[in-house]
Design a protein around this ligand. Structure first.
Ligand code: 13P
Length: 258
């Protein structure tokens, strides 16, 4: 697939996989994806498996991501994970502001923005998630909601930092529900997000920033979704927990046209 921006396909394992299960999944992924060089492939295990997975993937094209980060550099913040601890394990990416954290941990745009700044200050690439609920979509306020999230969650970042940030558009109604946004719906919101970035930081930055789609991405719909001009990758939940599904999402997306 020929794209202006390098594709980034990430697996968000959420609260799944013991260390042994994680290593099992990784050994299958390494076998299936050993030769993939045309896209950035990132796996985001739970914190408890990061160390073992980091060691297991050092000789593979897979890159490592975490699922959250403190907004503080280090110190007396019980239960939080500081950026240096992730860097120590060769973590490169960190998912921030996932809708599950916004919903269940009451994360605000302002907190996500502080976490994103903390990530950048420590050479971690934030994957900043945004997306509307079904009620918001049906009320016709998708752009208002997503625009507010994008502006708020990137507030205070420099142009260079915004350019290096990965955004993930994840409509809440499509997460874990089996309902996927149509490729036209995804493209429409991705183009809107890009226009928001362009209006804040200029056309060049808008053109360079990568925007993933997330929400029931499967081997059967990945190629069409990722074929949209403003869709630069996928953030995959359920289908990233199984070797065959995650590998097929990547292979189906990257295969040359028949
Ligand atoms: P599903 O792929 O399970 O719908 O989850 C998407 C998601 O939340 C990825 O971050």
């Amino acid at each position: 697939m020929d794209k202006e921006r390098r594709l980034i396909i990430a697996g968000n394992w959420k609260s799944n996989k013991t260390v042994a299960e994680a290593l099992d999944l990784v050994s299958g992924l390494k076998r299936e994806l050993a030769t993939v060089t045309e896209a950035d492939i990132v796996i985001c295990p739970p914190y408890t498996a990061l160390d073992a997975v980091s060691k297991a993937i050092f000789d593979s094209p897979l890159r490592l991501g975490a699922q959250n980060l403190s907004d503080q550099a280090y110190g007396a913040f019980t239960g939080e994970i500081a950026p240096g601890m992730l860097r120590d394990l060769s973590v490169r990416y960190v998912i921030l502001g996932h809708s599950e954290r916004r919903q269940f941990q009451s994360e605000s745009d302002a907190l996500v923005a502080r976490k994103a700044a903390n990530a950048h200050a420590n050479n971690l690439v934030p994957i900043v998630c945004v997306g509307e609920t079904l009620v918001e979509r049906e009320a016709g306020i998708t752009e208002k909601v997503v625009g507010t999230q994008v502006r708020g969650s990137l507030a205070g970042l420099t142009v260079e930092q915004v350019e290096q940030t990965v955004l993930a558009y994840e409509p809440v109604w499509a997460i874990g529900t089996g309902k996927t946004a149509s490729s036209a719906q995804a493209q429409e919101v991705h183009a809107f997000i890009r226009s928001v970035i362009s209006s804040l930081h200029g056309e060049a930055t808008g053109r360079r920033v990568r925007i993933q789609y997330g929400g029931s991405v499967k081997p059967g719909n990945a190629r069409e979704l990722l074929g949209q001009p403003d869709v630069d990758g996928a953030l995959v939940g359920g289908a990233s927990l199984e070797v065959r599904n995650f590998a097929d999402i990547i292979k189906n997306t990257l295969q040359s046209p028949a």
